[in-house]
Design a protein around this ligand. Structure first.
Ligand SMILES: [Zn+2]
Length: 68
């Protein structure tokens, strides 16, 4: 089973339209949130999200599991 994770907006916590899988790597990726219309800059690797620019609520889970 392939597992995808939705990336949540670091600003408002809403689910964005971006999904990643375990081997997805993002570097300086501009993550746009359709809800609060903020853009954050993130890195992603091994389901770990690092917020480079933008609000980062510490300890907040930025991924939502989405089994396919
Ligand atoms: Zn947002």
């Amino acid at each position: 089973m392939r597992v995808l994770q939705w990336i949540c907006c670091p600003v408002c916590g809403n689910k964005t339209r971006l999904q990643i899988q375990a081997d997805t790597e993002l570097k300086n990726f501009p993550l746009y949130c359709p809800k609060c219309k903020q853009e954050s800059l993130i890195d992603a690797k091994n389901f770990q999200i690092t917020v480079i620019r933008g609000l980062n609520v510490k300890g907040k889970n930025l991924l939502t599991e989405y089994p396919v």
